[in-house]
Design a protein around this ligand. Structure first.
Ligand code: PMP
Length: 431
């Protein structure tokens, strides 16, 4: 069976609104470390990890053994109505690491569900369904999480169950706050928040949900300290802050374990997903007991925190801490980021190389403007694949190349991928 057959069958049976990467979609069949192999036997360096999900790498013995050990017990699933040792252990570790005092942890199967749970908690705690969300954000594909996603391209429903007022993200390149320096952008974003509260909301507001670095949005972020400046205003009204750490958690940004820590503030609720399962479905929400306990009726999850995914989660977290992968993200991320900045300096098609740690993006524009160049971005994206490197694509205008490799990426692999990417950029600009 060729991948062509599979593509035809995929198109015949799966919904057309599920996007597939590449003009010739890729079927990956094996992985090892930071490399994956396709059905034709070609191997690629993986700088995307699914979408920042294969956090420790492919086929890591410690993770495989932990999962196999659980499978060998014969007990794959018990439901959360029973005591699950690995679930409790992982919750204890995450609660301790979260920085949230008196933390409680509720496990789910996806980032969407984690945010859905956080919104459920916040709206009940505040007895309000008014939400502040940020333009260019992505929080999931359920009814409520799409409602707080500030990107119409990813909000498959125009109907919103929540009342949402939109804030500027504090980004540097476009929009009302562009071209201001960092301190002025924080002030302007706070002014924007005050104005939105005064003019776009009425009565109580439940929460502000925000990503420290906007993932799907193309790794756009406001200045450090922005969340703290926002929180000062939120606290005047009792409004909760939800930090969506689905992409930014677990040390990926190199400088901190959680994205929110760059802002010098602790959120009321934190959501996590992706990397902690290293491919197994594992996600959740952490919050102060007083807040998380405000769900009005019993709630449970059939699969959330199941024995297999939490066996994986514990092994991933232990590996991450034992091997100081946050430190590696800072070190190797600097090689990749600095190298990319140096190689693209002076290219008028590259508006910006940005990001933190091993969460790095390049934004492509038409010369001398900030007008997005999605066609060039697609050429770069395809050229990377042809050169043996998998990266991601994103941004509000589809003009951003995103990289979120496993945090175990080595310096040699970073240099190897960088060379492929730089060649792809140069060739695509000349094409
Ligand atoms: N929040 C953020 C910041 C995300 O990037 C994503 C997934 N791209 C989600 C939530 C939703 O996670 P999931 O796909 O696991 O439902």
């Amino acid at each position: 069976m060729t991948s062509d057959d599979l593509l035809a069958r995929h198109r015949a049976v799966l919904p057309s609104w599920m996007p597939l990467y590449y003009a010739e979609p890729l079927e990956l069949v094996a992985g090892s470390g930071r490399r994956v192999t396709d059905a034709a036997g070609r191997t690629y360096l993986d700088f995307f990890g699914g979408v920042l999900t294969t956090m420790v790498g492919h086929d890591i013995p410690e993770i495989r053994e932990a999962v196999e050990r659980q499978l060998r017990t014969g007990l794959v699933h018990t439901s959360t109505l029973y005591l699950i040792r690995r679930q409790v252990e992982l919750a204890e570790k995450i609660a301790r690491l979260s920085g949230i005092p008196d933390a409680r942890v509720f496990f789910t199967n996806s980032g969407t569900e984690a945010n859905e749970a956080a919104l459920l908690v916040a709206t009940n705690h505040r007895r309000s369904h008014q939400i502040l969300a940020v333009r260019n954000s992505y929080h999931g594909r359920s009814y409520a999480t799409m409602g707080v996603t500030g990107n119409r391209g990813w909000s498959a429903s125009a109907l919103n169950p929540l009342q949402v007022a939109w804030l500027h993200s504090g980004e540097r390149l476009r929009g009302l706050l562009a071209r201001l320096d960092a301190a002025d952008r924080v002030d302007a974003a706070v002014e924007d928040l005050r104005e939105v509260l005064a003019t776009q909301t009425a009565g109580e507001v439940a929460c502000l949900i925000a990503e420290p670095v906007q993932g799907v949005g193309g790794f756009v972020h406001g200045p450090d300290g922005l969340f703290a400046a926002w929180k000062k205003v939120l606290d005047e009204h009792g409004i909760l802050l939800i930090s969506d750490e689905v992409q930014t958690g677990w040390g990926r940004t190199g400088e901190h374990f959680w994205g929110y820590q760059a802002h010098g503030v602790t959120p009321d609720l934190l959501t996590f997903a992706k990397g902690i399962g290293n491919g197994f479905a594992l996600a959740g929400v952490v919050g102060r007991a007083e807040v998380l306990e405000s769900v009005p009726a019993i709630s449970f999850s059939t699969f959330g925190g199941n024995p297999v995914s939490t066996a994986a989660g514990n092994a991933v977290l232990d590996y991450l801490l034992d091997h100081d992968l946050q430190g590696n993200a800072a070190r190797v991320g600097a090689i990749l980021g600095d190298g990319l900045r140096a190689a693209t300096a002076g290219l008028d098609r590259v508006a910006e190389v940005r990001g933190k740690g091993l969460m790095l993006a390049v934004e492509f524009v038409h010369p001398g403007t900030v007008e997005p160049d999605a066609a060039l971005t697609t050429r770069v994206f395809e050229a990377c694949r042809a050169g043996g490197l998998l990266v991601g694509k994103g941004g509000l205008y589809g003009n951003v190349i995103r990289m979120g490799p496993p945090l175990t990426l080595t310096e040699d692999e970073a240099r190897e991928g960088l060379a492929i990417l730089v060649d792809a950029i140069r060739a695509s600009i000349e094409a």
